[in-house]
Design a protein. Structure first.
Length: 218
């Protein structure tokens, strides 16, 4: 992580709107629910001892190099993808089919059908059909939100800083199923796309990535 240099200055005028953004490369690490934090100091005028002028961003380029804020963190050591000794996920492609419930509830952090920790038959619909998921956990505490996010099969590796990834050949994502304003989707249900070709699709919850499941199009 980097931050602006200590001597960075930019001038702001009355009426200007200031905003911050943070960008995470989720193709290499599963930082789906990370947040950007930026600490900013504002001053009406420059300190008399400060000889550095604040640049007008409308006339002067203010982008510059950043400086590293900290060294290597221990939590970045687990890159996942290997055998998970704590969670015994099953290869969903080897499991039989069952008719999909309508809807499939997500309750107590478990997908009611197709949860990859339970090895139950995979919920299945014919090509052109859809499967609907309903997040029963959404009202709990301050909100327990879940997603159905495509993961490359078999999606059975250990949860870590870089696993699972939203790296399936055919991508889909339900959004955060909840009614709590941003960043939730404003709904607690989601249906799979109706144009998916036949196959077994694996997914995970990008908020709770130990949650894994699968559905099938026949």
């Amino acid at each position: 992580m980097t931050a602006t240099l200590e001597d960075w200055r930019v001038a702001a005028r009355k009426g200007d709107v200031l905003s911050t953004t943070a960008t995470y490369d989720s193709s290499r690490a599963s930082w789906y629910e990370s947040m950007g934090i930026m600490i900013v100091w504002m001053a009406d005028t420059l300190n008399a001892a400060d000889t550095l002028a604040a640049a007008d961003p409308f006339t002067t380029a203010v982008d510059g190099p950043g400086e590293l804020t900290h060294g290597h963190l221990a939590e970045n050591d687990n890159h996942g993808g290997g055998v998970d000794t704590k969670y015994k996920y099953v290869d969903a492609s080897q499991l039989p089919s069952q008719p999909a419930a309508s809807p499939i509830d997500i309750s107590d952090f478990i997908y009611a059908q197709g949860d990859m920790l339970r090895a139950d038959p995979i919920p299945t619909v014919q090509a052109g059909g859809t499967i609907t998921y309903n997040n029963v956990d959404a009202p709990l505490e301050n909100g327990e939100w879940h997603t159905i996010t495509a993961c490359k099969a078999p999606c059975t590796g250990a949860t870590g800083i870089a696993y699972p990834l939203a790296d399936a050949d055919i991508s889909f994502d339900s959004g955060q199923l909840g009614d709590a304003g941003p960043p939730t989707a404003g709904r607690v249900t989601w249906s799979t796309p109706s144009d998916l070709p036949p196959g077994t699709y694996t997914y995970f919850c990008r908020i709770h990535p130990v949650m894994r499941g699968a559905f099938r199009i026949s």
